[in-house]
Structure formats: structure tokens, C-alpha cells
Design a protein. Structure first.
Length: 268
């Protein structure tokens, strides 16, 4: 398992390091810390700051290696993620006033579009990694299956998972009869609706694990419902699917969730 933590030396960087440290404990990995500077003259100070961050991590007897790159932040992060064949990229971000949020959001969106691996967007300081909100979108393979395949070590004793699917009329299945748009999770499962079968398959995937699994259907706008559920449920982590290519509207939903959620987001 290879983890890359892309940081700056401010509060965002400290948040990313804190989450990266916790993820390293779950996975047994020794992460690599990367920072990007604009000019070569800044490398020495950036390296010193990065060394201090690495020494504060408790990933084991080995101090995490550090790298200082010079160039454009998105280009250098994506290059290192590709070149180092990492399994997980951790980046820091947090809610900003609107003028600053615009620039920060553009950087995050570009990393989401270009990085070759799952991305953990660290927002709040970690209090644990126990309650997951898995936001199923109906793609194959399911989001839960992708999560279990890529990061199974995050599911441990004490983990609690809620699988959420939002029934939005905007994204509704054209073959549907309409009753699905008002049905709850149990009704969709009993009625053998595609969304119900998806939830049921997800529950089966976790049947062998002694952890509580809950399913929920919400009705409304996808971003609003996910953000509302995330805020109400006190989840440690939101897990969403990654959308690239021609599905620009799906990519926009992804970017909006990342921007509006008040807690960390894992994008797979």
C-alpha cells in the first residue's frame, strides 16, 4: 500500500498530515510527504518544514520520506502520483470564504480529474475512522465494491456503514414506473427495483463482516441530500464515486459534494 500526502505548510497541510497519519496506521503503510513550491529558492525552507511534519507522524519506526517539487501544484502532484504508482492520494482542503474558495476549488477539481488513484480530501481534523457514508450512484461495479477492492483495510472492528442512494427525478431511470421516486429502501428492495437490487447486493457484500450496515433512500437533489445526510449523521468520512470523461454533469455533482461537505471525502 503506497500513500502520497500532498501538503503545504499551513493549516491545510497539517490536516492532510493528521489524516494521512491515521490512514497509515489503518493500512500499515509508510506514506510519502510531498509539497510543491514555485521557485527553486524556496526548496530548502520547504524541505525543512516538511521534515518537521514527517517527524511528528507516528507511522512506526521509519520517518516518512519527503519530496519537494518545483512547478505548478496540480501538475507536480499528478506527476508524482503517476510516477510513484501510489494507491491513495491525500490532499488537504477546508471551507473558505468565497473569494479564496474559488481558487482552492479549482485546484482540487483538477487533481480529482487527473490523479490516477483514489483521492482523500482531508477537511476536518480526524476524530476516528469508524462511520462511513457510502453514496451509491448506480454505476457498475458498485461504489461499495470498488471501496472494498481498493481499500479493504479501512473496514475494521467498530466500523459502521450507511449506504445511501438519492432518488432524483433529474437522474431517474427512464424505464422506471414512477413509484420508485417516492419509495424507501425496503420498498425498493421488495419491489426489485434496480436501486433496491443495488442496495441488496451491497448488503450481501458485507454480510461476512461483523459490522452494522444500514441502507437509506433519500429523495431530492443529489448534492443537497448527500450533504444533509452527512451533516446529520456525524460521519467520519463520505465516500463518493469518481466521474471523468464526457459525463460532465456527473463530474459537476462530484465537485459540488467535495466543495460543500463539511467533513472529509474519499473519491474512488
Amino acid at each position: 500500500m503506497r500513500i502520497l500526502i500532498a501538503v503545504n505548510t499551513g493549516k491545510q497541510g497539517a490536516t492532510a498530515v493528521a489524516w494521512g497519519n491515521l490512514l497509515a496506521q489503518f493500512t500499515g503503510a509508510t506514506p510519502t510527504l510531498l509539497t510543491v513550491v514555485k521557485q527553486k529558492s524556496m526548496r530548502r525552507q520547504a524541505g525543512t518544514d516538511l521534515e518537521k511534519m514527517a517527524e511528528m507522524m507516528t507511522t512506526g519506526p521509519v520517518v516518512p520520506p519527503i519530496k519537494v517539487a518545483v512547478g505548478r501544484i496540480v501538475d507536480e502532484i499528478v506527476y508524482e502520483a503517476n510516477n510513484g504508482q501510489y494507491d491513495l492520494l491525500v490532499v488537504g482542503t477546508r471551507p473558505f470564504p468565497s473569494l479564496i474558495k474559488r481558487f482552492s476549488g479549482q485546484v482540487t477539481e483538477r487533481v480529482l480529474q487527473q490523479a490516477p488513484c483514489p483521492i482523500f480530501i482531508a477537511k476536518n481534523n480526524p476524530e476516528g475512522l469508524h462511520r462511513f457514508l457510502i453514496c451509491e450512484g448506480g454505476r457498475e461495479p458498485s461504489l461499495l465494491k470498488r471501496f472494498i477492492t481498493k481499500l479493504p483495510m479501512l473496514i475494521q472492528d467498530g466500523t459502521e456503514i450507511k449506504i445511501l442512494h438519492v432518488m432524483s427525478q433529474i437522474l431517474a431511470n427512464p424505464a422506471g414506473t414512477g413509484w420508485e421516486l417516492q419509495a424507501d429502501a425496503q420498498a425498493l428492495i421488495e419491489g426489485k427495483a434496480p436501486e433496491g437490487e443495488l442496495l441488496q447486493e451491497d448488503v450481501k457484500l458485507l454480510a461476512v463482516a461483523p459490522i452494522p450496515v444500514f441502507t437509506e433512500i433519500r429523495h431530492g437533489l443529489v448534492v443537497d441530500e448527500i450533504v444533509a445526510e452527512a451533516g446529520n449523521g456525524r460521519y467520519d468520512l463520505i465516500v463518493i464515486g469518481r466521474h471523468q470523461g464526457n459525463g460532465w454533469w456527473l463530474a459537476d455533482l462530484m465537485n459540488q459534494i467535495v466543495a460543500q461537505a463539511d467533513r472529509s471525502v474519499l473519491v474512488i
